[in-house]
Design a binder for this molecule. Structure first.
Ligand code: UDX
Length: 453
């Protein structure tokens, strides 16, 4: 532990699991560097303060009620959070700025999630330096900077007939990898991305959960286009000296003892993050595909991701039989431990950024089934740039699922993919170690913050 620095950092996480994880991991990293940490958080999806006893926590009244908190309309919820949080956040920060000089350490800077559009303006008014935490990857952020070009070239809103077309301005992207834009309300997505770029341009720098060796080309492009300092300190979950859970759901640890009974590299781990939801038909195809694959599987089925509460009791007998020993279902898993377990041979994922980075960090090949937002870009990089996974091509059907799982777990192609995944795993490990690129970026970040005073 470094000597204490008499400076306080105010962290403001976006209230979704993937974003919360990265922010609290960053808090632990900067606490270990000697800073005092205060987490300002919404009442909606509030973090558990007992998991972080060294941090101070302050909640703000976001006024989001249960009916509005539905993640079925994520873009609507993003917009609502920006409307509802601006004033209570400013009041909270104002109070902390005014109470400096007492027993609280002076505020060195604010670090807020890049999805909040109002934070840099508030910080400027209160004369607090603001950094932005980007919890996604550099490639997607660069796509966000060229969105006006994609719009001008007619790639968005995407027309179904063009979805398999290459995006010539940004190889190897296909049109279907670009974040979907609702043709009825295209301005919603355009505004989200415009806000993201503006908040970064108005900040004193961007902390990003990736590492130089993984995304050096896109990081170089971002530094050129956005002209603010970037600090790629990831994989942030590998930098934390202490492991504390920031999980909003209770983890079912029985899956670890189940994994202990499985042969090495035999299990397909299946999880689609904290927001994606599936129809009953899709859930059924996944179940049948897993049953047909004949491979052991560990499947995370988040309660709110399935509309039918009777599921899986109503599943076909072949699936229920597969569950007798060969398959295991849990509502929420200790994912980082699962990916590090020797029995796990592949990860069927929606390609959320945290899941992607966690899989890279453990050298686990991926079967990518992107659903929305940045997942299409993340998945394309996994399959075509880093070549450490494959897309679930041909659609969500039992035959395609079984075939894709065999490609990764049984066939020669899967071995070659695993070899490449293990090289990236090593790079992810080296970069966070002393002298590594992320370690040096963290040193630069600390110096940058201390230069504010
Ligand atoms: C959201 C967006 O969907 C994603 O596209 C974006 O990149 C980040 O914000 P989410 O869908 O939750 O994220 O996916 P992801 O980024 O993968 O984060 C999920 C987190 O939940 C991971 O840290 C993962 O370790 C954790 N998790 C998931 C568990 O702890 N247990 C589980 O069973 C499943």
């Amino acid at each position: 532990m470094n000597p204490r620095i008499n400076h306080r950092l105010i962290l403001f996480p976006h209230p979704f699991q993937g974003h919360m994880n990265s922010t609290l991991q960053l808090g632990r990293i900067l606490y270990a560097r000697g800073f005092s940490i205060t987490i300002v958080h919404t009442n909606f999806n509030a973090p558990d303060p007992t998991s972080h006893p060294h941090f101070a926590f302050r909640s703000i009244a976001d006024g989001i009620d249960q009916s509005e908190a539905s993640t079925s309309d994520i873009r609507g919820l993003l917009a609502l959070l920006n409307v509802r949080c601006a004033v209570p956040f400013e009041e909270c920060l104002q109070e902390m700025v005014s109470s400096q000089g007492g027993d609280a350490a002076p505020i060195a800077c604010l670090i807020s999630d890049s999805m909040f559009s109002f934070t840099c303006g508030v910080a400027e008014r209160l004369k607090v330096r603001a950094l932005v935490l980007r919890t996604g990857g550099a490639a997607f952020l660069y796509v966000a900077t060229i969105f006006p070009v994609l719009k001008e070239k007619g790639y968005v809103p995407v027309l179904g007939s063009r979805s398999e077309e290459a995006v010539k301005e940004f190889p190897p992207l296909l049109v279907k990898d670009i974040p979907a834009v609702d043709p009825q309300k295209p301005e919603v997505m355009f505004r989200i991305l415009d806000n993201l770029i503006e908040v970064i341009k108005n900040s004193f720098g961007v902390i990003i959960n990736t590492f130089e060796e993984l995304e050096h080309t896109d990081l170089a492009s971002l530094r050129e286009v956005l002209s603010v300092p970037f600090f790629p300190i990831g994989p942030s979950h590998k930098c934390c000296v202490t492991s504390s859970s920031s999980s909003l759901l209770v983890e079912d640890r029985s899956c670890i003892s189940w994994l202990d009974e499985q042969p090495p590299k035999s299990v397909i781990y299946v999880s689609f993050g904290s927001l994606a939801a599936m129809s009953e038909a899709e859930i059924l195809e996944i179940a049948l595909g897993l049953a047909d694959s004949k491979q052991p599987f560990l499947w995370v089925v988040r309660p709110e991701s399935v509309r039918d509460p009777e599921w899986p009791q109503k599943s076909p007998s072949c699936f229920l039989e597969a569950l007798e020993g060969r398959g295991k279902m849990v509502k929420w898993a200790p994912q980082k431990e699962v990916l590090a377990h020797p029995a796990v041979g592949a990860f069927w994922t929606h390609s959320g950024w945290n899941s992607t980075l966690e899989s890279i960090s453990e050298g686990v090949p991926m079967l990518c089934m992107p659903c929305f937002a940045d997942q299409g870009v993340n998945a394309r990089y996994v399959s075509d740039v880093w070549r450490i996974g494959v897309h679930l091509n041909g659609g969500l059907e039992r035959e395609n699922i079984a075939r894709a799982i065999k490609r990764l777990l049984v066939e020669r192609e899967g071995e070659e993919i695993r070899e490449r995944a293990l090289v990236l795993k090593e790079e992810a490990s080296v970069c966070v170690g002393q002298g590594g690129s992320s370690y040096r970026a963290l040193d630069a970040l600390v110096s940058h913050i201390l230069s504010f005073k």
